[in-house]
Each structure stands twice: as C-alpha cells, then as structure tokens.
Design a binder for this molecule. Structure first.
Ligand code: PMP
Length: 411
C-alpha cells in the first residue's frame, strides 16, 4: 500500500484525503460487500463506494453487462451521441426510471455526477424564476462544482473560491428552522424565491434526519411563494433510506438522483414535474444544457439493470427493515458508551455520532486496521457513516458491527 501511494504523492493534485489515511490503503478488488487491498488484505465494506454500489461489488448485473459486451456479435455500444442521437439504452432507462417514480414527476434530464444533477435542478429553478433567490441549509452538501458550490454549506469548501460565487442569491438557514425564519428570509429577497434545496436526510453532515413535519412545511412555503422545492436525493435516493424517493410522501418539484443510480457507472438524473421543466427551450434547435457523456449508453444499460433488480427484490424494503434492526442493535450495544452521543439511521444510511470532534475520523482510520471500511462525516469529523450495499448479508454486517462495538469499548 505504501509504495503505491508514494507514486501518487508525486503526481496527483495535492488536495487528496488519502495522505491523511494511516494506515494507508489502496483498493485492488472487490466482491459483494468485501474489498481486498493490493496486499491481499480483506475488509468488510460498510461504505459501498459512498453508497454507489447498492447491489454490491461484482454483482450479477455487472457481470451480465460485461458478458454482453464480450459475447454479443454487436455488443451494446459504449458511447453514443447522447442528446443528439440517443441510444436505446438511454430511452429505456428514462422510461423505466419514471415508471418507478411518483406520477407527478414526469420528465428527466440525465447527467453523470450528483453535482451535475443538482446543477440541472439549479438551472431549472433559474429558468422558472430568473431573478429569484435560493434557500439551502446548514450542513448541506450538494456537490463541489462551481455552480452548486454556493448551495453547499461548509465554508472550507467554499472560501478558497469565494470571489467567484454569486453574492446574496443563496440564504443559508438552520436545518429544521422554523417557518417564520424561512418567511423572513424570503421577505428580504427582491425578486422572491426561486427554489429551496434540501437533503431529506443530510449525509455528509453526519446522517442527520429531517423532522417528519419539516419537509411538508417546506412544500407549503414553496406553494405559497411559487418557488420550486428540490430534494437532493443523490445520497438518500434509490432505496438507501427505505424508499426510492422521499417524494412519494412529500411532493418535490425536482429530485436529484446519482450515486446508486448507475450501479457503479457514472449516471445521475434530475427528475421533475411538467411545470418545473416547461421553461427549458422546446426541442427545436440545439440543447442549451448538454454534455459529451450525458446519457452514456453503458451507464444507462447498467441503470436499467439496477432499476430492475431493485424492483424485483424490493431492495428498498430490505434497506428499511435491516436498517431498523441495525439501529436497534447498535443503540443497545453502545448505550453505555460515554464517547457515543447518538446512533442514527434510516434504512441503510447509518451513523454513529461521537461527543468529541474528530472522533469519527479517528475511528475511520482505526477501523481499517480491524478490517472495516466506514467513512468519517460531520462538519468536524464527529460522526462515522455506514452506507453498506442494500444486498449485504446480515451476518457480514453484524460481524462488522461487532468489530466496531468491540473497538469502541476497548478504546
Ligand atoms: N448531493 C448529495 C446529497 C451528495 O451526498 C453528493 C455526494 N456526496 C452530491 C450531491 C455530489 O455528488 P457527486 O460527488 O457525484 O458530484
């Protein structure tokens, strides 16, 4: 691991997290919810590539995709002409995706990353109300591309690039703020509200769920102010928190999906109502928002397989019930640990918050030596996030939990 990383140290942009990782780790191969490093050491993967590998590593769906490439005389294409001449994979994917979504969501725009899906939502709001302003929330993470960076809360991500960011168009309020705080902020917007961006559960902030009555209140405010409600479900969507989208319960105008959507291939989508999308130019002439790799056929083909597997096995239900058992187990086992502030989780989006800043980050490092991959989260590294594959075997998950619990008890 050391010698591999030494090569990277000399050649990659210095802004890399791995330099802080002790002991160092370089991934080599993976199967299901296990990963091996370049030295052959095995790890239980509680991260699933930041929630991307919801079907597990090397799933039957991935194998089938590669087999089709190799065996078919005219294999599915790897790259097409996205928005100009769509591939059949892209068309199939959009049809099947929308068929699984709440009926009020009628249109989709595809892209490759979570940030790009949020970017499309942002542009859609700007077309809807060009002079309007935005609301986002403390702790939010909507990506780091320049367009969406103003919506992401953490100052350390924004300050180095601050001179470029739009001043005053985004108001940041506390997650779970009161209605009157939102109304006061909107009253100060010269051209009104264009959109509210919210994660139904904040991921990078340390798995922070929203209060059940809070999202409906945001819906109500958007109706009142004629602004668009945007759920950023890049992390929470596609079964992670026990549902494909939180918009089944509270109707968002736009939702952003990414991560798990492409089963490991880059694929994201902004999905929305007819009204939200109506200000985009109609299909004559050139598209005003496109990208060389948008609608990538291989990603879309994998996306179709993900959607089919998810709905055949109703993986979101497994996520919900296994997640509940997981929270109960971790809560009971860690109840007497003074270092632990809270155990949280909805579906298989799980977090342990520690009393001290930096403890989640410390544990992330220490657990690697115990053969467990989990991720630090929270603004001050105070939490440990676990977002395993929705297909993870219960025995393996509990084995990882027991290693974590034992380690916390021994510290
Ligand atoms: N939104 C949310 C809620 C996310 O969790 C993330 C990624 N962690 C993003 C947007 C950005 O996605 P990407 O890294 O694929 O650009």
């Amino acid at each position: 691991n050391e010698s591999w990383l030494a090569k990277l140290d000399q050649t990659e942009c210095p802004d890399s997290t791995y330099t802080k990782a002790k002991p160092p780790l370089v991934f080599s191969s993976a199967e299901g919810s296990q990963i091996w490093d370049v030295e052959g050491q095995a790890y239980i993967d509680l991260c699933a590539g930041f929630g991307v590998m919801a079907l597990g590593h090397n799933s039957p769906e991935i194998q089938e995709l590669f087999r089709a490439q190799l065996e078919s005389p005219r294999a599915p294409m790897v790259h097409g002409m996205g928005d100009v001449y769509p591939s059949e994979a892209k068309i199939m994917f959009i049809q099947e995706l929308l068929a699984l979504m709440p009926v009020h969501l009628k249109r989709a725009a595809l892209s490759l990353t979570g940030s790009q899906a949020v970017e499309i939502a942002l542009k859609t709001c700007l077309l809807y109300k060009p002079q309007g302003d935005f609301i986002c929330f403390q702790g939010s993470y909507h990506g780091l591309d320049l367009g969406v960076l103003p919506l992401t809360s953490r100052r350390d991500f924004k300050d180095p690039f601050g001179s470029w960011l739009p001043q005053g168009r985004v108001v940041e309020l506390p997650y779970h703020c009161e209605r009157h705080e939102i109304e006061k902020a909107i009253a100060g917007m010269p051209h009104g509200l264009a959109g509210i961006f919210v994660e139904p559960i904040q991921g990078r902030a340390g798995i922070r769920p929203s209060d059940p009555s809070w999202l409906p209140m945001l819906r109500d405010v958007c109706d009142q102010e004629d602004g668009l409600l945007v759920f950023d479900e890049v992390f929470t969507g596609m079964g992670r928190i026990g549902t494909l989208t939180s918009s089944f319960e509270v109707h968002a105008d736009l939702i952003c999906l990414g991560k798990a959507l492409g089963g490991g291939f880059p694929l994201s989508a902004c999905i929305g109502t007819e009204e939200a999308f109506q200000r985009w130019p109609q299909s004559s002439g050139e598209a005003i928002h496109t990208g060389t790799f948008f609608g990538h056929p291989l990603s879309c083909r994998m996306g179709v397989s993900v959607l089919r597997r998810m709905s055949e096995d109703r993986l979101w239900e497994r996520s919900k019930s296994l997640g509940k058992e997981a929270v109960d187990y971790l809560s009971s086992q860690l109840a007497n640990q003074e270092a632990v502030k809270a155990v949280r989780g909805t579906g298989l989006m799980l977090g342990i918050e520690f009393e001290k800043a930096g403890e989640g980050a410390a544990l992330m490092n220490e657990l690697r030596a115990k053969g467990v991959i989990a991720l630090a989260s929270g603004e001050h590294g105070e939490s440990l996030s676990m977002t395993p594959a929705l297909t993870i075997k219960k025995d393996l998950l509990w084995e990882a939990f027991d290693r974590i619990i034992a380690h916390i008890q021994d510290r």
